[in-house]
Each structure stands twice: as structure tokens, then as C-alpha cells.
Ligand binder design. Sequence first.
Ligand code: LFR
Length: 475
Amino acid sequence: PLPLHCAAIDLGATSGRVMVGTWHGNELSTTEVHRFPNALRSVNGHDYWDVAGLWNEVQTGLALAAASLPSGASLASVGVDTWGVDHVLVDDAGRMVFPTHAYRDARTQPGLQALLDSPADLGRIYAATGIPAVFYNSSLQLAETVASCPAIKKLATRCLFLPDYFNYLLSGRMAHGLSIASTTQLLDVGSNDWSKTALKHFGVPPRWLGSPIKSGTKLGRVRGMPDLGKTTVVAVPGHDTTCAYDAMPAAPDGDDIFLSSGTWSLVGFESTQPLLGEEALATRVANDRTGRGEYRPLVNVIGLWLLEGTLKAFDSRPANDRSWKALLKNAAALPAPARLLDVTDPAFANPPSMKAAIDAQLRRHRTKPPQELVEYVRLICDSLGQGHADVIRRFEHLANRTFKRILMVGGGSKNALLCQATANASGLPVLSFNLEGSAVGNFANQLIALKAVKNLATFRAALATQLKPKIYQPR
Ligand code: LFR
């Protein structure tokens, strides 16, 4: 068969990219054709996303994707994945009727507190949705929107989560993807549909949400872009983390724990059952779903957001890959920090200064804060390693399983210090794959929908033979 070309749109909170994937001879080759920064914008005390700006970058990227192909070739399909929970409220004509807040906006704090203060509600919502109470949940965001702007109930007729919204812009069809729906705290943990209990509790109008669709659904042809007139929009798992997990070249025996490391560290595994109950709730296990509907219990660890934030306090930000490597090497050569950070501290969610938030936590424990950037780098990587290990131990206990390897993808998998710290703290080997996890999982799901690949297991097996991980043994 001829080479098959697909485009993946992968939008993260700090950067977005458009990639071309070519499937040929049972191998996937990928090319990044467009990368652009993304950032939340603050106006008058609230944080927002520039959705129109993102759409502009997506269109630029798709045009570059089409232009990058050999002459005569065209893109068979395109898929969109984005970060979770954020959304666009639209009317029947698809017009935006409310600005898109960024999930780190503090507007959800009072609602979060109210939920945390009511163990009965907390338990009921967790039992209904399998999603713990976290500041970013779409449930809390939508509750705040409806409470602060009651007229929105009439104005908006649909709530499209970000991948759903971009799928709509591309194809003209409004649909809700299952994986992104599962990150909202509004999906029923026992079925593939919305939770009446959660919708009622948070005051979300049910008419805003149509029945979720599974990944692989073909939404239609790309509209309005002449070079992509024959390209089909495929609903891949809309949640970037779901795509990243699909890209894991996992062993079929299931003894692997997954770590997608970027702005967040997403530690989890695949399961046919959700993890529910008090202990799972206390561990803040989110029973996210795959695009096919299975469970992937996961815990969000604060991730490289800690480092990204801390870098802002220093002028000497490493300019390129080489200076990054040197910085990490120097950090590794330092003595171990006297005390690690508690990475579960809610103060790290969106502080005005990350460095100040770190210093304050250390001072509370009578520990002297570091001075140099290199010391912060060491402290952050070691603390994240410990944070990853803590979650893995909790999972082993909760699921009564023993994990043998940690598979790591994402930007953080290139950070040798972080990989080694994770291996050391967990006592497990870390297999780091140099892979744009979300984009590769996005491609996998398109290829399956196009029937070029039989299923995910086949894709993972092909990927495993193609990739050589760097292995960090615990020391
Ligand atoms: C990662 C991610 C996480 C989600 C967070 C907020 O990009 O999608 O899975 O918890 O962003 O949406």
C-alpha cells in the first residue's frame, strides 16, 4: 500500500503543534510542521485563552501540513487533541457566547471549597463521576459561569469542550468526545453518558451536552480549506493525556505504569474497572476514560509547571537544548537537597511567583531556600520524582497490583535528572521514549479509524519495535 498521511493538531496549555504523520510499511514517521506558544491571558482579574488565536495557528499549521506532502499526495485525515476541561459556550449557529476562561483562573476556588467542606456531596459526586474535586474541573467552572451570569442558560445552547470546538470549526459538526467528556466531572462513571447527579449538583443545563461519541467516529470533510478538501476529520480521543497514553508502547501483560510528563505529570495506568471509594478519593484518583470507554485511573502531579514558573524568577533561562543539558548535569552533581518539596501543596496551582511559593513552603518547614537556579532545578526534579513514586505506591495498594516498569513520554522524558529521580524514588526502571506522546496517540487513533491499523495493541506493538527507549535503572 501507498504511504498514508494524517495531520495531528495537538494543543497544550503552554504550546501547540501541528504534525504530519506518515504510515508506511508498518512504521510511523512524524514531522512537526508548525509549533507555537500558548499562554493564558489575564484581564481584570481573570484568566482566559485566546481561542481565535489558536484557531489561526491551527489553520496555518494545516496549510503547512498539506504543503509539506510529496506532490500528488493529500492528507487522508486530521484529528484534534487538547488539554482537558476548558470549553466554549456557543449558540445554535456555533457563535461564542461567553469568553473561554483558562482552567487556572481562581474563579472556581469558592465552589471548590464548598465541595471540600461537604464530605457528603464530595463522596456523592465522586461515586457518580469517578472524578475528584480539583480546582480546574469543568463542573466547577460551569457552575461559576451559570451562577455569575444566569442569562447564559438561555444564550448558550451547547458547551463544546476544546477538542469538540475545533472539530466543529473543522467539520461543521458539533459532537462531544468521550475522553474529553470524562475529564469534566460531569460524565457518569458507570456508563458512557452524562451524570444526572453531577449536572444537577453543578446546575449545568443538560441541553448543553449531547451524548458522547467514541473515538474513531468520522465527523465529515474539512470545510473551507481548499488544500484539505478531501481530508476527513476523525474524532480521536480529544484529551491530550488520553492520546499520550494510547501512544505508550506498553507490554500486553499490563504491568506498566504510565507517566506523561509535561506541564503536568500524569501518572496512571489502564484498567477495565474504575478505582472508587474513600481512599481513591483521598488520593485524588481521576477515573479518566479512553476514547473507547475503558478506564485509565490517573493522578495529576503538579509537573514541570513548577520549573516553568521558577524559571521566570531568573534571568539566566537556558536558551537551547545544550544549555538545558548542561544545567541538568550540574544540578545532578549537587548534593541531594536537605528536604524535598511537598508537590501536592495547592499553593503551587497558580501562584504570582512560583519561586516565592517554593521558598514559603521550605521556610514553613524551617529549611533554607536555595539560592541558584541550578539548586532549584535539582530540588524540583527530585521532589517530582518522589511525587511520582508516592502516587505509584498508592496505586499499587488501591488496585492491588505490582508495577514493574514506568513508561515515560512527553517533554519531561528528555529531562535525565527527572527520569533518574523518578527511578530512584520508585525503585522501578524508567523507560523514557523520545516521543511526542499526544500527537502519536492522535495518529494511532486516526490510523485505526482509517483501517490502516487493526487496533491499538497492533499499533503499540509496531511502535515498540520502532522505538528504543533510554532506560534509567533505580540507584
Ligand atoms: C494535560 C492535561 C491534564 C489535565 C490538565 C488540565 O495537558 O490535559 O490531563 O488534567 O491538562 O486540563
